[in-house]
Ligand binder design. Structure first.
Ligand SMILES: NC(=O)c1ccc[n+]([C@@H]2O[C@H](COP(=O)([O-])OP(=O)(O)OC[C@H]3O[C@@H](n4cnc5c(N)ncnc54)[C@H](O)[C@@H]3O)[C@@H](O)[C@H]2O)c1
Length: 417
């Protein structure tokens, strides 16, 4: 058997979800049509470790249509959509993913995807590629290259490359403009609030929402929460980011101060210990806390547990912690990605561009990966313009192009005012 999923009987429901996503992802679907003819991934074996969502299914089907064999696991214990995983397994695809797996099972699933000795790897958070490096370095010899989907993964792979430890080249898909400036901002912005609302159904209007980290994701969350009437407080460690938050109309302060004011806290830093014991000590009764950064270490749950008298699951993805002094704090999705655990991840429309980048990165590796060094590479910026142009076209929009005269003006350094 080439799969382990929660329940194959969920496949019909999964197919409906995937059909819906395909209807919202015209750029990736256009690439699929071309790839069916050209077979750019023929002979490639791709091991993937990325949230099993309906959008990922559209990517997986595109990889297969392009000639690849795939073997897949989810990249987060709570992010797999069991219906989607069942639909892909029922199509005969190698799928090792179910919602709510333990950490041991998580690594077991990754191991199964390595059984077929991949020629390409695809990561979201770098767990798969780390597993190759730490446990199976011999497999790296037959891997042409890899791709990385998210900020935290790219940061860690860059650190690895700087230490000379990276065993094959990796494309930092995250860093493409059509990924980082769209997926992380608009995707995380909308879907994180979707997760908060599904888990709590709170009224955001009039609430103080504290956003930990005003980077791409944090800014997206802040903008969307403000759009629903919340007052935003941002915390930062980089002065420029903090300044942007201020000039965009938000309050900025240290988390020690923000902790006293917040009704809802959303961490989006990629850094551990953004909310720790001393913050829980001063939070209001009823405060809601959650995380949308990649791992579950932004909220120190151990510190929360240490202050807790009792806890109960009050709603799906919402645990009420009653502290020893009687205050209640509500932890969503066990501190894991709120948008994937409690909602459906990013909207398909935004994943259309992220996964078009993934697809093109894998095609580039299949074609020329053997010529690359063992480094982390950015995708070509022209690709961003092409993808954005395609996306605009699917939205029925056209933009101007420079005329020949304008081109000349651009490079004419003799012209004054
Ligand atoms: N939920 C999702 O679906 C999703 C999507 C994309 C990225 N991510 C993850 O979200 C995290 C953030 O990604 P990003 O693209 O916004 O990164 P980013 O680098 O653009 O932003 C992170 C921000 O956090 C700030 N920061 C770091 N440590 C901090 C601290 N101790 N206190 C306050 N601020 C701090 C940084 O200065 C930076 O401005 C990463 O872990 C990334 O992998 C999640």
């Amino acid at each position: 058997m080439n799969h382990k999923v929660a329940d194959l009987k969920l496949a019909d429901a999964g197919r409906l979800r995937i059909d819906w996503a395909e209807s919202r992802m015209p750029v990736l679907m256009a690439l699929r049509e071309r790839a069916k003819r050209e077979q750019p991934l023929k002979g490639m074996r791709i091991a993937g470790c990325l949230h099993v969502t309906k959008e990922t299914a559209v990517l997986v089907r595109t990889l297969v249509a392009a000639g690849a064999e795939i073997s897949w696991s989810g990249c987060n214990p709570l992010s797999t959509n069991d219906e989607v995983a069942a639909a892909l397994a029922a199509e005969g695809l190698s799928m090792y993913a179910w919602h709510g797996l333990s950490v041991d099972e998580f690594y077991w699933c990754i191991e199964r995807t390595l059984d077929f000795k991949p020629t390409l790897t695809l990561d979201d958070g770098a767990d798969l590629i780390f597993q190759v490096h730490a446990k199976h370095p011999e497999l790296a010899k037959s891997v042409i290259g890899g791709t990385e989907e998210t900020t935290t993964g790219v940061q860690r792979l860059r650190a690895m490359a700087a230490d000379g430890k990276l065993l094959y080249p990796v494309y930092a898909v995250n860093d493409s403009e059509t990924k980082w400036d769209f997926d992380n901002v608009y995707g995380t912005g909308q879907s994180s609030l979707d997760g908060v609302l599904r888990a709590t159904s709170v009224l955001l209007a009039g609430k103080t929402v504290v956003v930990g980290g005003y980077g791409h994701c944090g800014r997206g969350v802040a903008e969307r929460a403000r759009g629903m009437g919340a007052n935003i407080v941002a915390t930062e460690i980089r002065a420029t980011q903090a300044l942007k938050a201020v000039l965009e109309g938000h309050r900025v302060m240290k988390m020690d101060e923000a902790a006293k004011l917040g009704d809802v806290f959303i961490t989006a830093t990629g850094m551990k210990d953004i909310l720790v014991g001393r913050h829980f000590d001063v939070m209001k009764d009823g405060a809601v806390i959650c995380n949308t950064g990649h791992y579950d270490c932004e909220i120190n749950i151990g510190d929360l547990e240490a202050r807790t008298r009792s806890k109960r699951e009050i709603r799906p993805n919402n645990e009420e912690y009653t502290l020893k002094d009687g205050r209640r704090i509500y932890l969503l999705a066990k501190g894991r990605l709120i948008n994937l655990a409690a909602a459906e991840g990013h909207p398909s429309e935004v994943m259309d561009m992220s996964f078009a980048n993934q697809f093109l990165a894998l095609c580039a590796l299949a074609k020329d990966g053997k010529k690359l060094e063992k480094k982390v590479y950015a995708l070509p910026p022209e690709q961003d313009q092409e993808l954005a142009q395609l996306k605009l076209g699917t939205m029925g929009m056209a933009i101007d192009a420079l005329t020949a005269e304008q081109q000349k003006y651009l490079s004419d350094y003799s012209a004054g005012t």
